[in-house]
Design a protein around this ligand. Structure first.
Ligand SMILES: C[S@@+](CC[C@H](N)C(=O)[O-])C[C@H]1O[C@@H](n2cnc3c(N)ncnc32)[C@H](O)[C@@H]1O
Length: 193
């Protein structure tokens, strides 16, 4: 299949998820060319499919992780197992098998498996509590050229994510934002004379 442009790709995404069109466009544009991408928190594959469509335009591998089988974030084990199968099938219709991996685990486990590599983009949309977000960002920022974080907001649950971003990433800044999605890049410190 020829790589799809954003509008066509967005129209094909699974509906089960929270990613809005503006947020999806921001994420699409943030993927650095020819780089590998990590997604933390895949759920039913809405953003994973978007990232796969983006990666279809150039070289790069997509690593997705979600504890599909731990029964925590899915209604029951059956939903988690079905989501895992569904996501692999969907990604397989977009990218060749060697260009994606879906791991049924938390991001700490993924880091143990592949964390020694560098990634163009690490997209964090897993556990949105303050502690989990802080720990995830602290760990993965060491391996990322760029970060994307979902569920960032000034109030409500998103404020926990915002606080975690500020505490975990003092050397990064929010370079772009749409809705509850932010893109973070490293802040280049200029030596003062
Ligand atoms: C908001 S949903 C992800 C939505 C998805 N990115 C999309 O666009 O449809 C959050 C998911 O993160 C998963 N999750 C929670 N903690 C995680 C962790 N430590 N590592 C990876 N995934 C995690 C949950 O199981 C849940 O499916």
């Amino acid at each position: 299949m020829a790589p799809l442009e954003f509008d066509a790709a967005y129209a094909t995404l699974p509906g089960n998820g929270w990613l809005t069109e503006d947020e999806a466009r921001l994420l699409w544009d943030a993927v650095p060319l020819h780089s590998d991408v990590v997604e933390i928190g895949t759920y039913h594959g809405r953003s994973a499919c978007l990232l796969a469509h983006r990666l279809a335009h150039f070289a790069g591998k997509l690593f997705c992780c979600d504890p599909f089988f731990d029964g925590h974030h899915f209604t029951d084990l059956g939903e988690g197992v079905a989501a895992y199968r569904e996501v692999r099938e969907l990604l397989g219709s977009i990218l060749p098998a060697e260009r994606f991996a879906v791991l049924p685990c938390r991001d700490e486990e993924l880091a143990r498996l592949i964390g020694h590599r560098s990634f163009g983009l690490v997209y964090c949309d897993g556990d949105h509590s303050y502690e989990a977000t802080r720990d995830t960002l602290t760990a993965w920022s060491q391996h990322a050229f760029r970060l994307a974080v979902h569920d960032y907001a000034e109030a409500g649950g998103g404020a926990e994510v915002k606080r975690a971003v500020e505490d975990a990433l003092p050397d990064w800044h929010v370079s772009r934002r749409a809705g509850r999605m932010i893109i973070l890049d490293r802040t280049i410190l200029q030596e003062s004379k």
